[in-house]
Ligand binder design. Structure first.
Ligand SMILES: *[C@@H]1O[C@H](CO)[C@@H](O)[C@H](O)[C@H]1NC(C)=O
Ligand SMILES: *[C@@H]1O[C@H](CO)[C@@H](O)[C@H](O)[C@H]1NC(C)=O
Length: 234
């Protein structure tokens, strides 16, 4: 009996100290958020992904994004977590193409001048040319870009890119994810001024970015659940 009581006291002590530890050291400040809306009825369930073929499986370190160069016969480009831009030739062979470095390469997009735009989560928006890497934007309107995620270039050279969180960097993406505070942003880089500006803020883990074909609007996906699932902006 005495032993049981001792275990009970020890168990309570462990629970209390854990609770105190979590309360004092919790890195996140979650807000109560509404349940995400159910998927829209117009997106009918399908099983298309069951027939997928995995490219580069076992060869590439966490490729996040791709683009296809149709003019080069469908050469596929991606950026990998070991700091490389890699490409798959139409014959299926992979090539480590250009070395950028770092451990946070995420989005990759072609630029009209033949260079490649890369989002390095830790450094910001990069332009990668043969033998040269230039940081185009690492701050925006006085604040640090902590989590550059994905980019797309418009025909006038403007680059739209996402910054997933202003509270947590890539090494703590899971905190941003669990906290779900809408602190992400859609940013805009103007090559004429060499400056970035905020196009849209208060986004919940701003992630994928795309332009409509006629460039009338930009789509940015929010991976977090605090906002709506995807918003467009003009
Ligand atoms: C595939 O194509 C690339 C680019 O043309 C070439 O360098 C490579 O040798 C080819 N590989 C094979 C296995 O044919
Ligand atoms: C939106 O973000 C700005 C900073 O970019 C912040 O000052 C403001 O409080 C945010 N608004 C809401 C509703 O969270």
């Amino acid at each position: 009996m005495a032993l049981g009581g001792l275990f009970g006291t020890a168990a309570v002590a462990v629970v209390v100290s854990l609770a105190v530890h979590v309360a004092l050291n919790c890195p996140i400040q979650p807000l109560p958020s509404p349940r995400p809306p159910p998927p829209a009825a117009r997106y009918r369930p399908n099983n298309l992904l069951q027939g997928l073929e995995k490219l580069g499986e076992g060869q590439l370190s966490a490729p996040e994004d791709v683009y296809v160069d149709a003019a080069a016969g469908g050469t596929l480009y991606t950026a990998t977590r070991d700091g490389w831009l890699q490409r798959m030739h139409p014959n299926g062979s992979w090539e480590q193409w250009r070395f950028v470095g770092g451990t946070g390469l995420l989005g990759i997009a072609p630029s009209a001048d033949g260079s490649v735009l890369v989002c390095d989560a830790d450094k910001g928006l990069l332009r990668v040319e043969e033998g040269r890497v230039t940081i185009l934007a690492s701050t925006v309107e006085g604040s640090t870009i902590r989590f550059a995620d994905e980019a797309i270039e418009a025909s006038d050279g403007t680059v739209y890119f996402s910054d997933a969180s202003t509270r947590f960097g890539f090494d703590r993406w899971f905190h941003a994810y669990v906290e779900s505070q809408p602190t992400g942003r859609l940013l805009k880089y103007d090559p004429r001024t060499g400056k970035a500006s905020v196009a849209l803020d208060n986004l919940s883990f701003a992630n994928g970015v795309a332009l409509s074909r006629d460039e009338a609007f930009v789509i940015v996906c929010e991976t977090g659940s605090a906002g709506s699932n995807a918003r467009g902006c003009g």
